[in-house]
Design a protein around this ligand. Structure first.
Ligand SMILES: C[S@@+](CC[C@H](N)C(=O)[O-])C[C@H]1O[C@@H](n2cnc3c(N)ncnc32)[C@H](O)[C@@H]1O
Length: 301
């Protein structure tokens, strides 16, 4: 149905609604999120445009020379590993870069021979698919809520939250000033500044922000960017300040996994309760289930 015919049909339908119920129906049409599935495509397109903008400002490996420790930790992985940012480069994009010879999924085990093995891939950002899973299936309705993304990097969690949720305020805290500038560029271009704010800071200076947050997101924040004693200190700070009863903490990987390699005094059972997630919920066939299973949600006790 074309636009004019659809509009006529809607007006006709409204004409048949009992006059006493019409205000309630109109109010529902103005405020409901039931139409989200029809506007989703626009939001996906906007996020893809943001990815285009960011790709144009960053090298292929999406790491900055200022990220010494992260670069070093990638080089020290047991198997050769490359950083490919999952928000900027989806599987199809990687395939086309491989076809053009700009990227490879394999490394040569014996130089000059045909013996190859798959490279390890890591991403410092959530992919579009992970963001949609988080906002559509993991988190509840965020109307009136404050969300904090710890280590907001390219801003993907914030932009996803702006487009896919009704969160009232989305705060990003990022240690790296260059990434803060990139986030500001996107916020300005897409006019996201009514609901998104980025702070260039160490999260360990943001106690009151963490204490007031309704949702805190932590996507592998510390492992690649801090040494072990700094990681332990940062986790202690998080566990002392993310304390609002009933608030939610979403982590990748699980808290158990992050903390198992560190020396901390954090006791999980008096602090958080894990909320089971349904990883099969309404997901497209090509979903990377392994990536989704890294996502964990906790309620603060
Ligand atoms: C893996 S990225 C997460 C990106 C983003 N949240 C996402 O999910 O797409 C982690 C980011 O945390 C930042 N970071 C590490 N330690 C931090 C700290 N103590 N305070 C603020 N940001 C930190 C790093 O600079 C890095 O950009």
């Amino acid at each position: 149905m074309e636009f004019c015919a659809a509009r006529r049909a809607i007006l006709q339908l409204l004409g048949t609604v009992a006059p006493a119920d019409r205000p309630a129906l109109l109010q529902w049409m103005r405020t409901t999120r039931d139409f989200d599935e029809f506007t989703q495509d626009n939001n996906d397109i906007m996020l893809k445009n943001i990815a285009d903008d960011l790709r144009n400002c960053l090298p292929l490996e999406t790491m900055l020379s200022s990220e010494h420790l992260a670069l070093q930790k990638i080089q020290q992985q047991p198997k050769p590993t490359v950083h490919v940012d999952a928000f900027l480069y989806d599987e199809d994009f990687i395939d086309s870069l491989c076809e053009e010879g700009k990227m490879s999924r394999n490394y040569c085990m014996v130089c000059g021979s045909h013996q190859t093995a798959p490279l390890g891939f890591i991403s410092h950002s959530f992919s579009l698919m992970e963001l949609k899973f988080i906002y559509h299936h993991v988190l509840p309705d965020l109307s009136g809520k404050v969300l904090v993304d710890v280590g907001s990097r390219l801003g993907t969690v914030l932009f996803g939250g702006y487009l896919y949720s009704s969160a009232e305020q989305l705060y990003g805290v990022e240690l790296n000033g260059d990434f803060c500038q990139l986030q500001e560029m996107v916020i300005k271009k897409y006019q996201f500044n009514d609901r998104i704010k980025v702070l260039h800071a160490d999260i360990c200076t943001q106690g009151s922000l963490l204490q007031n947050a309704d949702v805190v997101i932590m996507n592998n924040v510390f492992e690649y960017f801090l040494n072990e004693s700094e990681q332990a200190r940062a986790w202690e700070y998080i566990s002392h300040n993310v304390r609002k009863q009933g608030s939610l903490l979403l982590t990748v990987p699980s808290l158990e996994e992050s903390l198992s390699v560190l020396q901390t005094n954090i006791q999980l059972s008096p602090w958080v309760k894990e909320v089971p997630l349904n990883y099969d919920e309404c997901l497209p066939e090509d979903t990377d289930r392994e990536a989704l299973e890294q996502i964990h949600l906790y309620e603060i006790l």
